[in-house]
Design a protein around this ligand. Structure first.
Ligand SMILES: *Cc1c(COP(=O)(O)O)cnc(C)c1O
Length: 373
């Protein structure tokens, strides 16, 4: 049996054909038809009016935060249990990240708890955050209701970090990334779809979309002379990357179906076992099943991950929360105990779109054997 990878891209669609078109046409850089084709197809797919392609998910988040008001002197709440890029993007804007603990069901930011804090700040006349960055972690949609309430009461904007969650939807059927003011996706090599590297911003607000497009292209004014009206960024996606991204998007439904089938197999074998605890989407929400993950309730996660690895299984611990990471140790936070438990006990198991049923059964068997079943 091959070593079962944690999560690898599957490149069996039009990737090669589209890349050859780029080479033949000479359009390899940020000008070229695939960038726009990818943006349009992506916007249609998630049900957003506008999409702006970016060089990475991190770049998408940075720009999304800037256009929703993050800047020096402001504080931006963000989940502490996330890949560090979510929090770094806040720091890039000069704003202070406020690291918010998770709730134990979906593992996402405890939006209810943040809601209570914001109401208390408002009552005390304290300055409110211009925007909130909510992460849909590991493919599982976060609870948006309390954040939407804050937006309607106080005009606080919402940025969704949906880097891991393309294909996931809320209980009303809306795609993740489309309930906030701006949604951000990633096409890094291990995400639901890849462009080699890249990201996408989606929004229904034409002004925000235009401002994102402007900032990602060096804030250059239209026309042939080099005139810039603010400090922009070189964050535009290349035509080569967009060609791969478009070919991958065409296969999204297949990828999601394969991941769902693996996740169901894992879930039905492991959900009754006390040694493991699985995150659950809120009622009616659907996960992208990006990386199937669970807690090791026995309290020996690192040994278990090592044992799986020795058995040829690409398992990996989840992230340590941002408030335990060197660059963010001094950031203010709300709680953190739940996120610390997730960081200490959580791990992910093979979830590539092309993993076979036999391989999943092998992983399940190893997990059960390791815990005496
Ligand atoms: C991958 C990821 C990012 C960053 O995306 P890149 O394309 O790698 O820059 C941001 N947030 C989360 C939650 C991620 O998983």
């Amino acid at each position: 049996m091959r070593r079962i990878p944690l999560c690898e891209p599957v490149l069996r669609g039009n990737e090669g054909v589209y890349l050859a078109e780029c080479i033949e046409s000479g359009y390899v850089s940020t000008v070229g038809p695939f960038v726009q084709r990818f943006e349009e197809a992506f916007a249609r797919r998630v049900g957003a009016r506008h999409a702006v392609a970016c060089s990475s998910g991190t770049a998408a988040l940075h720009v999304a935060l800037v256009v929703t008001g993050a800047k020096p002197g402001t504080t931006v709440p963000v989940s502490t249990f996330t890949f560090v890029a979510s929090v770094n993007a806040v720091a890039y804007t000069g704003a202070t990240p406020l690291l918010v603990d998770s709730e134990p069901v979906t593992w996402n930011m405890d939006s209810e708890r943040l809601h209570e804090h914001v109401l208390a700040w408002a009552a005390a006349g304290k300055p409110l955050p211009p925007t909130i960055e909510v992460v849909h972690i590991l493919g599982v949609p976060a609870d948006m209701e309390p954040l939407i309430d804050l937006r309607s009461r106080f005009g606080i904007r919402i940025v969704e970090d949906a880097a891991e969650s393309l294909g996931a939807s809320f209980s009303n059927g809306a795609s993740v990334g489309t309930l906030g003011d701006v949604g951000c996706f990633s096409f890094n090599g291990n995400k639901v779809i890849t462009a080699g590297g890249g990201g996408m911003i989606v929004t229904d607000d034409v002004e925000l979309a235009e401002r994102c497009r402007h900032l990602t292209t060096q804030a250059k004014l239209p026309g042939s002379s080099y005139q810039h009206d603010e400090i922009g960024f070189n964050y535009r996606l290349t035509n080569l990357a967009a060609a791969v991204g478009l070919a991958q998007l065409e296969q999204l439904d297949q990828f999601l179906a394969a991941k769902k089938s693996s996740a169901e197999r894992y879930r039905s074998a492991l959900s009754g076992i006390d040694a493991f605890s699985l995150p659950e989407p809120h009622n009616g929400a659907t996960s992208s099943d990006w990386l199937f993950s669970m807690l090791d309730c026995v309290g020996n996660r690192d040994q278990l991950v090592d044992d799986l690895s020795d058995a040829g299984i690409g398992a990996r611990p989840v992230w340590w929360p941002a408030h335990l990471q060197q660059p963010h140790l001094r950031s203010p936070r709300i709680g953190g105990e739940c996120a610390e438990r997730l960081g200490a006990q959580g791990f992910s198991v093979p979830s590539s779109a092309d993993v076979t049923d036999d391989e999943i059964e092998h992983v399940i068997e190893q997990l059960l054997t390791a815990r005496g079943h």
